[in-house]
Design a protein around this ligand. Sequence first.
Ligand code: SAM
Length: 399
Amino acid sequence: MNEAYAGREQTEAKHAILRHYLQELALITLGGKEYAYPTLTYVDGFSGPWQSRCGDYSDTSFMIALGVLKDVQRQLVRRGKRPVIKCFFAEKNRISFAQLDAAVRTYDNPSNGFHVETFNGTFQGAIADIMRFAEGFTLTFIDPTGWTEYPFDKIAPLLTRRPGEVLVNYMYDFAGRFTSWSDPKIVESFNGILRPGWPERIDRSLPPGEAAENLFRQEFKDAGGFQYAVSTPIKKLAERTHFCLTYGTRHWKGLEVYRSLERKALKQHDFRRFEAKLAKEEEESGPLMFKASELHQPFTLDAQTEREKHSAAEWLIKMLRERGRPIPFGQVSPQMLDRFALTPSEAKDVCVAMADNALILPTWLDVGSKRKKPDKRDLIILVVPPDGGTAPSLGASLS
Ligand SMILES: C[S@@+](CC[C@H](N)C(=O)[O-])C[C@H]1O[C@@H](n2cnc3c(N)ncnc32)[C@H](O)[C@@H]1O
């Protein structure tokens, strides 16, 4: 257990996702053969420090990002590349800003291709400066404590900047509760992210948290012109989503990378929450006989994945019926990952299980092929029963 995050396991999960995604993104965009850009710009709109417990700020998003980006730059320089990395940190609070500025200044080293810029003021107020500063690919991290400080129309230039992606911390629990209120001031406070008139567009047939989040994700996707927008639910100790990290991208590769590391982060988060709950129990009722690692059974997450696979198969059947023609797996996979919390390899497993259940044809096994799973060019073809009747139904398990 990392003591710096004791009692705030949700922050640990947020930082894990940021750390791993930023690392993969930097390696792919600056070092990859297919997607090489000369510059990566990282923007943290709500930098902190905030509730940091480490003297060296190693438990803050800004220090995590600097550590990752420095490390990637070193790796790429060793491979003979000359990547340029630019970081922009905005922070409104004067005292926090002074701490932030002092901590990140030393990283500014333009002659070595590492630029650091700070801004004392609001994220909205920093947009013009950010747009002047940004070069190459941008990743923007929006991590506020509420929902009023990043109205999409005010930050649109950055949201829509290409090439670029955005990761935003959406306050699921609070937003879900407050969107049920009819107080005009509260209704108005959501206009920035849900757009005016949102009470007419929210799906009241869903639980409030889910309804607000669905609308938020759709508005975020539209405002940024993203092709894909997915949300990772993060819980505190209680079995309830506290916030979501919502990720917007225009590239299937980003989506694949994000979905893979999301699963790893959620597994770890599940275990940390279990550890923390045991520690609490121990505090209240004395020492336990077993350690968390001996007791933990990752059933909840596994069961959730099974449900996602099942829903994904149902969705795929419906889509193939509606389209009325085969679709290459390369098109099916990103659409599936956009709708369901599955990894790229699980999207393949869904198709294999569907073929085993005679719902689609196992085209990847065509003559001469040794592949057990589909790849991008394989056509996904719905099995149409010869008598025109209904197709066989889905098996209970798709694993
Ligand atoms: C949740 S904390 C950020 C935590 C940090 N991203 C991390 O993970 O370590 C939000 C921060 O945003 C700052 N803040 C609040 N409103 C802001 C605004 N409109 N623009 C920029 N910063 C703001 C707060 O002072 C606080 O430090």
